[in-house]
Design a protein around this ligand. Structure first.
Ligand SMILES: *Cc1c(COP(=O)(O)O)cnc(C)c1O
Length: 357
């Protein structure tokens, strides 16, 4: 009997995780390869989070707190919203899937940029929804065009801010105009995975719309500046009504006990966040200026990565860098995304790039 796979699932392309570092080193017979491919914090997790993991190990025979009470409380206090406006997920990726599960019926639509975080497309297609992609304009979300793309069947709009992979942002004024145009049956999702890295003075305060009880979801994560990508924990801030629907579709124990404890400790380590932010800012300037010296034009980035046009086959450049022990991300065409690492990792990347171009 042939399998009856849903046509929406058959057309999905699995997310490509890339090679683990140790495997690459073994294949190439090299040591000290660097991974600048997934926008992780090069400084690692906060020491406080690591300490919380050791103590947390002693109670691993117990199920986690399914409501993630302590973490939810701490996030609500930190963001000045109420407890029932916060939901914790197995990475913010999970919250994207929960949104689709709760709000998008087969054939209903989600609006997103055509060059953005791949998870939106995977989640919506996998959830049997229809994707409406709106081209970026000068590498930024084209919010007026996205507002025009909304129909009666639109359930979600994804705004990735800063955008992955471009690093560009939409500003407060652009968002204000957009929010004035969005009808109330549409949930606007602001994915702010790189929020803590942003330096731009006109970055929007998306939480303002949550406080006004608009149907807005703000997604943040412990995977990026907090350095806990391996534990899988992120969160959403939204209205009590939307939180309630998301709780109905999640697994009862969607986040694990260690992730909750480590996230709580990491949230308290303001010094680690500040150090990470400062390192990123200064190193990004170094990498961007070296790239410019090589004749490239990295896009202005408010995140912890740079996106640039290699003006040759990007997949080739990616493979040649790989042979030099440097893993970056080839997104499409001639474009490459590189995460800002520690100084010696960035030097290694720049040296390898000079060699292969
Ligand atoms: C990395 C990233 C996330 C975070 O995903 P997690 O599931 O929390 O690890 C979410 N959105 C964007 C745009 C990202 O780049």
């Amino acid at each position: 009997m042939p399998l009856h796979v849903h046509p929406d699932i058959a057309k999905l392309v699995p997310y490509s995780p890339g090679k683990p570092l140790d495997e690459l080193e073994r294949e190439l017979g090299i040591r000290g390869a660097v991974k600048l491919a997934s926008n992780e914090n090069p400084l690692g997790p906060s020491p406080k989070a690591i300490a919380a993991l050791s103590t947390g190990a002693e109670t691993l025979h117990l199920y986690p707190d399914g409501g993630a009470h302590h973490l939810t409380r701490a996030l609500a206090d930190r963001l000045d919203v109420s407890l029932n406006q916060v939901i914790v997920g197995n990475g913010s990726d999970e919250i994207i899937s929960l949104l689709v599960k709760a709000f998008v019926a087969p054939g209903e639509e989600a609006v997103m940029a055509d060059h953005t975080f791949v998870m939106y497309k995977l989640a919506v297609t996998g959830g049997h929804g229809t994707i409406k992609e709106v081209p970026l304009k000068e590498w930024c979300h084209d919010l007026p065009a996205m507002a025009k793309a909304i129909t009666d069947r639109t359930r979600l709009v994804f705004i990735c801010n800063p955008n992955n992979p471009t690093g560009t942002i939409v500003t407060r004024d652009e968002v204000t105009a957009f929010m004035a145009d969005v009808p109330d049956h549409v949930i606007v999702v602001f994915d702010e995975a790189y929020f803590e890295y942003v330096r731009h003075p006109y970055f929007p305060d998306s939480l303002q719309y949550v406080r006004e009880n608009r149907p807005v979801v703000v997604l943040r994560t412990f995977s990026k500046i907090y350095g806990l990508a391996g534990l899988r924990i992120g969160y959403g801030i939204t209205t009590p009504e939307i939180v309630d629907y998301l709780h109905r579709v999640r697994n009862p124990f969607n986040t694990n006990a260690l992730a909750q404890k480590a996230a709580l400790a990491a949230l308290d380590d303001k010094e680690h966040v500040a150090t990470s932010r400062v390192l990123n800012e200064s190193e990004m300037e170094v990498v961007a200026s070296e790239l410019r010296d090589l004749g490239f034009h990295p896009l202005p980035s408010q995140a912890n990565f740079l996106y640039f046009d290699t003006r040759q086959d990007g997949h080739d450049v990616f493979n040649r860098l790989l042979k030099e022990g440097v893993i970056v991300r080839h997104i499409r065409g001639s474009m490459i995304r590189v995460t800002i690492g520690q100084p010696e990792e960035n030097i290694r990347f720049l040296r390898a790039l000079k060699k292969v171009i």
